[in-house]
Design a protein around this ligand. Structure first.
Ligand SMILES: Cc1cc2nc3c(=O)[nH]c(=O)nc-3n(C[C@H](O)[C@H](O)[C@H](O)COP(=O)(O)OP(=O)(O)OC[C@H]3O[C@@H](n4cnc5c(N)ncnc54)[C@H](O)[C@@H]3O)c2cc1C
Length: 476
């Protein structure tokens, strides 16, 4: 029979602290505070103990003790997650295990094109290490200065490079994971081909810390592009954006490394609230595409290709105007416009958020029908739509009406989500494209996933974490 849960008293806290050393066992309120709040302030929690292990063996011993004493454990990386998965609950019984000290790059292999890194390596540090070895690690997110590889893998992060290189799952070849009972699953392999039974690592990628703690990973590297070009194009509608997408794919294939859609409203918000932002084109257009082309062939290849695509698109009347970044500075400025869009929504009042995906071909229909539905639910509300169109993934946010009753608008959160997600469902899409489930969307997953899917997920969870101590009440 399972041992009953032990209270998290001083003795048990001392036992956990003994594993990592007192310096790395945080118990003072001020030290713990940063681990119990996240940047949007949506999910708070409390914990009596934050452990900062320095190696896989310490993580293993922490989990063995947690299992023996039935202590719930919440893994935490850079704490940039947007669905509350990294937060302890309010019970005061869950302990947080922060991976930030496990930040070593173990190996770069430029022949196999792999990098082996510990879970706590910050994404940007990993990108820079790859760059230093004349390679590209293409995962790229707005939070890359603080999110960590373990968090990226656990949330199967997406970002702006997915179109050409895939999301975190597709970039992962091997994993090292500490299981809830303390055993180490060592699958740190560099193989692109390996058909030896079920792909177990894929359970942990996107598992949001509910099945184990990722301690290291083998990730794919790519040749570093010799040229990269970016253009902002003004268009009449998402239908034209789809036309441009087809054209870019036909002519550019894998050289199309980003295809981001931005409607006029988010750009307008950004120009209003961010003094350093400048309109990328002389005129306003209902819709914009930010197109990035990369080439490993030569320093001029990307330029030739992007010009070829835009010329053809203008001749066909798909694109009305376009600007290609004329300098490195403008290249960064163009990207900054896209990356600062979420932030620029805040001064416009309360916003109801959606992180959805639909088949790329269904994007124009989603945007058109979505606008009608939003107006029905909250007349006057402003749709703030932008995102990774090439992946079918849009950040479809709805800002409160100007001069409206904010509290009444906020009360519509659930209804708005249901309405937008029903449209997404009808179009064969997903209500959580890249941010995951965590705490925020758990009930919706349970309510809307096919029963066979939830049964299978529960069976997997029970098989790997029979005591239910691994990031409880998240995902499923
Ligand atoms: C400004 C901004 C921009 C963003 N842009 C994007 C984007 O474009 N695309 C995107 O996908 N996301 C984006 N995000 C969300 C977030 O950055 C990602 O989800 C990121 O991958 C989380 O990494 P993290 O290290 O911060 O993880 P955390 O927030 O610490 O944790 C996230 C989840 O992973 C679990 N976890 C963390 N580390 C481990 C580990 N070692 N082992 C097991 N479980 C673990 C946690 O328990 C939690 O469930 C953005 C966030 C911000 C703030």
């Amino acid at each position: 029979m399972d041992a009953p849960a032990q209270p998290l008293d001083e003795t048990l806290i001392r036992s956990f602290a003994g594993i990592v050393g007192d310096r790395y066992a945080l118990t003072a309120e001020a030290d713990i505070a940063p681990y119990t709040v996240e940047r949007r302030g949506l999910f708070g929690g409390s914990t009596p103990l934050v452990l900062r292990p320095g190696c896989t063996d310490e993580v293993s011993r922490i989990m063995a003790l947690a299992s023996e004493t039935r202590t719930p454990v919440v893994p935490q990386g850079g704490n940039t997650g947007l669905v509350g998965g990294q937060m302890p609950d309010g019970s005061g019984r869950e302990i947080v295990v922060s991976l930030s000290r496990m930040n070593r790059i173990r190996e770069i292999d430029t022949t196999s094109n792999t990098i082996t890194a510990e879970a706590g390596v910050v994404l940007q540090t990993l990108q820079e290490a790859a760059d230093g070895a004349d390679r590209l690690f293409p995962l790229s997110l707005g939070s890359q200065g603080s999110c960590q590889i373990g968090g990226n893998l656990s949330s199967n992060a997406g970002g702006t490079g997915v179109l050409a290189y895939g999301n975190a799952r597709e970039l992962c070849l091997g994993l090292e994971v500490v299981l809830p009972d303390g055993r180490i699953f060592d699958d740190l392999r560099k193989l692109k081909k390996d058909n030896t039974g079920y792909d177990l690592k894929d359970l942990f990628v996107g598992g949001e810390g509910t099945l184990g703690i990722i301690t290291a990973a083998v990730l794919k590297l790519f040749p570093r592009p010799k040229s990269r070009e970016i253009a902002w194009a003004g268009l009449n509608s998402p239908d034209e954006a789809l036309g441009l997408y087809r054209l870019a794919q036909d002519r550019g294939g894998p050289s199309v490394t980003a295809f981001e859609l931005v409607m006029e409203t988010p750009l307008e918000f950004l120009l209003r609230h961010n003094p350093s932002a400048q309109r990328p084109l002389a005129e306003r257009y209902p819709c914009y595409v930010m197109l990035e082309i990369s080439s490993v062939r030569s320093a001029s290849d990307a330029r030739e290709l992007i010009e070829d695509i835009l010329t053809a698109a203008m001749e066909q009347g798909v694109v009305l105007d376009a600007a290609i970044a004329a300098s490195g500075q403008q290249f960064s400025d163009f990207w900054a416009l896209r990356e600062n869009m979420s932030e620029a929504q805040k001064p416009e009042g309360f916003s109801i958020k959606h992180d959805i995906s639909v088949p790329v071909a269904a994007i124009p229909r989603f945007i058109a029908e979505g606008a009608d539905l939003v107006e029905q639910v909250a007349p006057g509300a402003r749709v703030v739509c932008f995102g990774h169109m090439g992946d079918g993934n849009l950040h479809y946010n709805v800002s409160e009406p100007v001069g409206g009753d904010s509290a009444a608008f906020q009360a519509l959160y659930g209804r708005m989500n249901e309405t937008v997600h029903a449209l997404v469902h009808n179009l064969g899409g997903s209500f959580s494209a890249e941010h995951g489930i965590g705490r925020l969307k758990r009930d919706e997953l349970i309510a809307t996933a096919p029963p066979v899917a939830t049964e299978l997920m529960r069976a997997v969870k029970r098989a790997i974490d029979p005591l239910g101590i691994m990031n409880p009440n998240k995902v499923i």
